[in-house]
Design a binder for this molecule. Structure first.
Ligand SMILES: NC(=O)c1ccc[n+]([C@@H]2O[C@H](COP(=O)([O-])OP(=O)(O)OC[C@H]3O[C@@H](n4cnc5c(N)ncnc54)[C@H](OP(=O)(O)O)[C@@H]3O)[C@@H](O)[C@H]2O)c1
Length: 297
């Protein structure tokens, strides 16, 4: 490939995708709102970081010019409340994918890959999942040959999921846990990044939607307890009732903490693949137990 535009490339998943593209000697352009956030990418030989506002259509089209692939990883966990979703979710999850699709078409980019979320649906309980569904649909209207990935929660070096629990376990003697029975099928960031790169390179990936799930399913409680074992901080984990979970989410939302009421609603849908472990292109699934200790410790 002669050039890939990696939107959201400064984030957790983005750095793994950028590293894989650079390893194949593919030029990558990463726009960011703040250059500082993407400075870790500057060591990658074929990666350039550009400060740009992807909220502007002309900028987006200019960024797409001359590329033969666009990857959209832009996403947020806190997008406000409202129907059918908060203003942040509307802008970032629902509208941006459509605008990226338009820009890619306008610039004649042949390959477009978009990362959504497992269980995205227009009737999902959370604004996050509803807005992700709207974004998928809008992108496919503008560019039907786009490839869409729907991962469960992603783990790996630099994640904010298991690492956040590790930080919490290091500080708290007892963990009061909202949605302790929520189910996940975590997928390794390396597997997700490989799937994205393969989708850019394989013509047969065009127009397809892939779920991404790792080999094992866990409840949130199991994951937190597992992290405690790995870092040598076994703690009492107290599963909160539904009303207390809501109260905790509400309180954290008010102080800008790591959870919102919308996140809690997302967790009411099992983030698992009905068909078991799901990875395309013959990718070999990585086990959480093999990877997590390498970065949590
Ligand atoms: N991590 C997971 O467990 C998981 C699971 C399922 C789906 N996903 C999806 O996978 C994608 C990547 O996730 P991630 O964990 O890598 O996210 P992340 O680390 O939070 O990175 C998000 C990226 O989006 C960009 N961004 C956020 N808000 C933006 C805005 N308003 N305008 C422009 N850029 C904005 C950020 O760029 P700058 O701040 O540099 O501008 C950053 O590069 C997201 O779409 C996410 O919803 C993630």
């Amino acid at each position: 490939m002669s050039g890939v535009l990696l939107l959201g490339g400064s984030g957790f998943l983005g750095r793994h995708v950028a590293a894989r593209l650079a390893a194949r000697n593919i030029p990558v352009s990463v726009p960011t709102r703040r250059r500082e956030r993407a400075k870790h990418l500057l060591v990658l030989p074929t990666v350039e970081v550009v400060e740009a506002d992807v909220g502007d259509d002309a900028t987006l089209t200019a960024l797409c010019a001359g590329k033969d692939g666009v990857v959209n990883l832009v996403g947020i966990l806190k997008g406000g409340n409202g129907e059918p979703y908060g203003a942040g979710f509307a802008r970032v999850h629902a509208e941006l994918p459509a605008r990226v699709g338009h820009a890619a078409v306008a610039a004649g980019v042949p390959r477009l890959v978009h990362v959504s979320a497992l269980k995205a649906a227009s009737d999902a309980p959370s604004g996050y999942l509803r807005s992700k569904a709207a974004g998928e649909a809008a992108m496919l209207v503008t560019m039907p040959q786009a490839t869409i990935f729907r991962p469960s929660v992603i783990f790996g070096a630099g994640d904010s999921f298991l690492s956040m629990f590790a930080a919490l376990l290091r500080r708290l003697p007892v963990v009061p846990l909202a949605a302790a029975d929520a189910r996940f099928q975590p997928v390794w960031v390396g597997n997700v990044a490989d799937a994205i790169v393969e989708a850019l390179l394989r013509p047969e990936a065009a127009g397809r939607t892939f779920e991404l799930c790792g080999p094992s399913e866990y409840t949130l409680r199991q994951l937190v307890e597992y992290v405690g074992t790995v870092i040598g901080r076994k703690r009492l984990v107290i599963g909160l009732s539904q009303p207390l979970s809501w109260l905790q989410a509400f309180a954290l939302e008010m102080v800008g903490g790591p959870m919102t009421r919308d996140n809690l609603k997302s967790m009411s849908v099992p983030s698992v693949c009905e068909a078991g472990c799901r990875l395309p292109f013959g990718l070999e699934p990585a086990y959480l137990e093999a990877i997590a200790p390498t970065y949590l410790k």
